[in-house]
Design a binder for this molecule. Structure first.
Ligand code: WQD
Length: 371
């Protein structure tokens, strides 16, 4: 029986947190995802974990998305019918310190990808945007019609990229564009094989809490408890990363099926406070999370969470996991990978027993090269 052709989908930054989870979801949906990553903010061990999870060789080409001819070569070699653009810097605070690095990498990276796609006649793209393009909303929940008022260079790069994509669509309607505005991605694949692996001190709440629970950090500093919210702490729309990955598959499916371009929010539609996350994590882990209240963090807003009705009506997508699921899976990942992918020396988990299986010697996937 002839094997069904699996449409190739390029994942720039595909070895990262959201990219790797989307890789798994695309395979399960019958696509052939191809990772393009320079591993400047991800670890090659994730390739072996993906091979274990998907039971197939992982297609990965090591290089920088800013190298347009390299990107075009990858698109051609793997006959990609679409691309999902994850590659980019994403630390809000760092973007304030180093705006030029953020503009050249985040905006330059998208431009390079789009030029490569144009030369290879691949005109279907999903862009990883962010709810931070809304800035501090006047009310919640936030719909896609809300005004965009980015408040950091990072958020400005995301909105700039959205505007570039809108201009491209106007100039050439053959482009099919899906813009996904993420709220707060957290959690990990239920297997514990892949997850969030920030380098250094985590900027974001969930990875910081998991590091307190596993003993790497002594306590959580809660940034402000005087916000106009039910318990005074910041409220956010946390979204399980596997739900977010499913949202990307739904976006690719929709674009390939009917060419209608769109911009949608991806969230749960519910807000959880910092203390709500702490309580949920303590339930999931059975660990106490020591914390103290500190001053507000510059740039933080009191609350934001999504109106997700458009993603439902347009893509047939809704989040399925709640905050308890997110905390359970974050804890499972952190327990099994106390140092993330570092020091794991390719050790992979034997999914049956959950023991740490020994790495295969000279695993080619540990030194990803063009395949
Ligand atoms: C969540 C809440 C903090 C850490 C970030 C990125 C944004 C987007 C989503 C990509 C806030 C509080 C946090 C800590 C705390 N990512 N907090 N102590 O700021 O909503 O958005 O993720 O697009 O770009 O900035 O997420 O996890 O940093 O903060 O009290 O040590 O937790 O004040 O209320 P944020 P976060």
């Amino acid at each position: 029986m002839t094997k069904k052709i699996e449409p190739g989908v390029l994942l720039t930054g595909g070895a990262g947190y959201i990219g790797s989870h989307t890789f798994v979801a695309l395979v399960e949906a019958g696509y052939q995802p191809v990772i393009l990553d320079d591993f400047s903010n991800s670890h090659p061990v994730v390739l072996q974990r993906l091979q274990q999870l998907t039971d197939r060789d992982v297609l990965c080409e090591r290089g920088n998305v800013l190298d347009t001819s390299f990107v075009a070569g990858v698109l051609r070699r793997h006959r990609c019918v679409a691309a999902i653009h994850f590659a980019g810097f994403k630390a809000v605070g760092e973007s304030v310190q180093r705006p030029l690095m953020y503009y050249s990498n985040n905006v330059g990276g998208l431009l390079s990808l789009l030029q490569a796609m144009e030369t290879t006649d691949c005109r279907t793209v999903v862009f990883s945007s962010s709810a931070t393009v809304y800035g501090d909303p006047a009310t919640v929940p936030i719909t896609e019609q809300f005004p965009c008022a980015p408040e950091s260079p990072y958020a400005h790069t995301k909105l700039m990229c959205e505007n570039i994509l809108a201009s491209l669509r106007t100039s050439d309607p053959s482009w099919r564009v899906g813009v996904l505005r993420y709220f707060n991605p957290v959690g990990a694949h239920p297997s514990g094989l892949i997850g969030e692996d920030p380098s250094g001190i985590p900027n974001n709440l969930m990875p910081y809490v998991t590091q307190v629970a596993v003993g790497k950090r002594s306590s959580l500093n809660v940034f402000g408890n005087d916000y106009p919210t039910p318990d005074g702490t910041g409220v956010r729309d946390y979204l399980h990363v596997t739900d977010l990955a499913a949202g990307h598959v739904a976006a690719v499916d929709a674009l390939l099926a009917n060419a209608q371009s769109f911009t949608v929010n991806l969230g749960t539609g519910e807000g959880t406070s910092v203390l709500g996350v702490v309580r949920a994590f303590e339930r999931a882990s059975g660990r106490t999370i020591p914390f103290e209240f500190g001053p507000r963090r510059a740039g933080d807003v009191a609350q934001y969470f999504a109106d997700v009705s458009l993603a439902d009506s347009l893509l047939g997508w809704r989040a399925t996991c709640n905050i308890d699921d997110m905390c359970r899976d974050s804890w499972h990942w952190q327990q099994r990978n106390p140092d993330g992918y570092r020091n794991s020396s390719g050790i992979s988990l034997n999914q049956q027993s959950g023991d740490l299986a020994q790495p295969k010697p000279n695993d080619p996937l540990l030194s990803p090269i063009g395949i």
